[in-house]
Design a protein around this ligand. Structure first.
Ligand SMILES: [Zn+2]
Length: 300
């Protein structure tokens, strides 16, 4: 269910750094590995950033786009020989709640998929709250437009006064169809408008993924499955345009691997994790494309 009871609005783009008010713990399975895993999201100090820990291997993996090792079915990070998969939804939740500093421990190869959205992370973090830290937040301001393209799929980011996301998907002949969604992250609207949107797949793709040994933990409990013009989940959709909202959720999570919130307008057309990662590489390839600023310099 999407959020009905609206908590008091907060500005997503805080001027100060923020972390969690306490540790949160969630258990579930990996959507690809089907491994039973526990994730613990803990507060972290000023300027720590977001860091994953494979607690079973005692290895740290930074939440950094340069550490992305695979993007075909989800975003995978790798460092010092250790990998962590499907990081995008928890990254989106942290970005959506304005959390700059956190240590995310997972005792297996993949972040649990939970219900396929970012909502369970939001609910868990809400229980401990988010606290302000005594340091100014850093943001990345986009100064020049950059684009990543593959055939008729592309992602771009251009200068804008806030974090804006616009996405269009096109699945002709299915219940998904053509959908477009646009949002400016402000006043905590991530939690109401995006967090609950679940991942999705076409039934034909699910069969192929399974044959390839992937999506082994995938089910109607953690994904919307579409078969032609039919949605196979009993409860139907959480939003009429839940599919494209989830693509925005993924983009928010993938772009947070930049290491700071981005002030810019993201556009994705039939894009996915691969183009999102290529876009960050393109952005950082030239220092004239961006500036690192503190929130004090920005009229948000
Ligand atoms: Zn996703």
């Amino acid at each position: 269910m999407p959020f009905d009871a609206a908590p008091p609005p907060k500005y997503t783009l805080y001027r100060q750094q923020h972390t969690l008010g306490g540790e949160v713990r969630l258990s579930g399975i990996g959507v690809h590995s089907a491994a039973a895993v526990e994730i613990v999201i803990a507060p972290a100090a000023i300027d720590h950033g977001i860091v994953f820990v494979r607690s079973d291997l005692n290895k740290k993996i930074p939440a950094d786009f340069r550490a992305v090792s695979a993007t075909q079915f989800c975003t995978v990070l790798k460092s010092d020989g250790a990998e962590i998969s499907t990081v995008e939804h928890v990254m989106a939740a942290l970005r959506g709640l304005g959390i700059d500093n956190a240590l995310i421990s997972v005792n297996g190869p993949e972040v649990p998929i939970l219900d396929g959205s970012a909502e369970p992370f939001i609910t868990a973090i809400d229980a401990v709250g988010v606290v302000e830290q005594k340091a100014q937040r850093k943001v990345l301001r986009v100064l020049r437009e950059v684009k990543a393209q593959n055939g008729n799929a592309w992602a771009s980011i251009a200068p804008a006064p806030a974090s804006e996301f616009e996405f269009q998907i096109d699945y002709p002949g299915t219940a998904i169809g053509t959908q477009r969604f646009e949002v400016r992250l402000i006043n905590g609207n991530f939690r109401h408008d995006i967090a609950a949107a679940r991942t999705f797949g076409l039934r034909s793709d699910v069969d192929k993924l399974r044959a390839a040994g992937l999506a082994r933990g995938g089910s109607l409990d953690n994904a919307i499955v579409v078969d032609g013009d039919e949605i196979l989940n009993d409860g139907g959709l959480r939003f009429d345009d839940e599919f494209v909202r989830h693509k925005v959720l993924d983009a928010i999570g993938d772009l947070y691997l930049a290491g700071a919130p981005i002030l810019g307008r993201y556009q994705g057309h039939r894009a996915g994790h691969t183009l999102n990662n290529q876009l960050l590489h393109a952005l950082f390839a030239d220092e004239r494309n961006y500036a690192v600023e503190t929130m004090a310099n920005i009229a948000a």
